[in-house]
Design a protein around this ligand. Structure first.
Ligand code: C2E
Ligand code: CA
Ligand code: CA
Ligand code: CA
Length: 281
């Protein structure tokens, strides 16, 4: 038995074994996470760079696992995508965030124009009856669909360009807005952009991070912003962490910004406290 045990260790790297087990456990627990109320929506402010005021929030899901504590979305979203639970999670986040905005509006914490960005995985976005499902959620909550912005990535679009284009049109028919997330990280961004009627480009944080560095990277940002404006899109810079980055982005007439300089994503009560302090950057 001892010899067998040893030979087994030759085949299975114990650390790999651990991560496979962890993944299986997460996959199992994720199916129950919604009903066990382990998921929470956090909110990160999106700031209008000309007024310095909060004009929107991005909803970011958090999983507080009863044994493992906080599990990052970078780890569990891919698991949810592979195990077929992502659609339920994305729509749960959408519903929770709309309900939260309604409540904040009722107590006067926000006005009726403040919007919310919801991340949709490619799988969710390409689902056959997505528009109907979202329409039902917002109708039930009496939530204005004009305040809803769906954040999708190029991956979602590149899988099937015609379908994606039709889907975007369908959602926009209901008043819903579309943002292209992580813009600039894909392969063929520029070549297909003119065929896509998205409302907003979210410039990936990797570009913002490199702003202070060499001019070659720096020059890409004004090009992206100009292009967005030419196509009547709004530009949002993600991952702003320094005052220097903010100053430069303001000079470039970037419409909005998001990042730790303003605030990290916060739970609902802390977000309401932040709103009450009426911050201005
Ligand atoms: P993302 O959509 O690109 O979201 C932005 C990520 O950057 C968030 O990470 C946010 O916390 C982080 N971030 C914000 N400001 C800064 C900054 O100044 N510096 C740095 N270094 N990071 C910043 P988070 O919350 O861990 O989410 C990671 C990713 O998980 C998201 O990337 C998104 O792709 C995915 N995700 C989050 N919530 C959902 C969801 O409800 N549904 C789906 N399908 N995906 C989600
Ligand atoms: Ca996003
Ligand atoms: Ca992003
Ligand atoms: Ca991302």
């Amino acid at each position: 038995a001892k010899a067998l045990g040893r030979s087994r260790y030759h085949v299975f790297d114990p650390s790999m074994h651990q991560s496979v087990l962890r993944r299986l456990e997460l996959e199992n627990d994720l199916r129950r996470a919604i009903e066990r109320e382990e998921l929470q929506v956090f909110y990160q402010p999106i700031v209008d760079l000309s007024s310095g005021r909060i004009v929107a929030f991005e909803a970011l899901v958090r999983w507080f696992h009863r044994k493992r504590g906080l599990v990052s979305p970078a780890e569990f979203i891919p698991v949810a995508e592979e195990s077929g639970t992502i659609h339920a999670i994305d729509l749960w986040v959408l519903q929770s965030a709309c309900r939260q905005l309604q409540q904040w509006q009722k107590v006067g914490a926000i006005d009726s124009k403040l919007s919310v960005g919801i991340n949709l995985s490619a799988i969710t976005f390409l689902r056959p009856h997505l528009t109907e499902e979202i329409r039902r959620i917002v109708t039930d909550l009496d939530f204005d669909p004009e305040r809803l912005k769906l954040e999708i990535t190029e991956t979602a679009i590149l899988e099937n360009k015609d379908l994606a284009q039709a889907k975007i049109g369908e959602l926009q028919q209901c008043g819903i807005k579309i943002s292209l997330d992580d813009f600039g990280t894909g392969y063929s961004s520029l070549s297909y952009l003119h065929e896509l009627p998205v409302n907003t480009l979210k410039i990936d944080q990797s570009f913002i991070r490199r702003m202070d560095g060499n001019p070659q990277n720096r020059d890409l940002i004004p090009a992206i912003i100009t292009m967005a404006h030419t196509m009547e899109m709004e530009a949002i810079a993600e991952g702003i962490e320094t005052q220097g980055q903010l100053n430069q982005l303001r000079k470039l007439a970037c419409n909005c910004g998001q990042g730790y300089l303003f605030s990290a994503p916060l739970d609902a009560p802390s977000t309401q406290d932040l709103l009450a302090s009426q911050p201005r950057w």
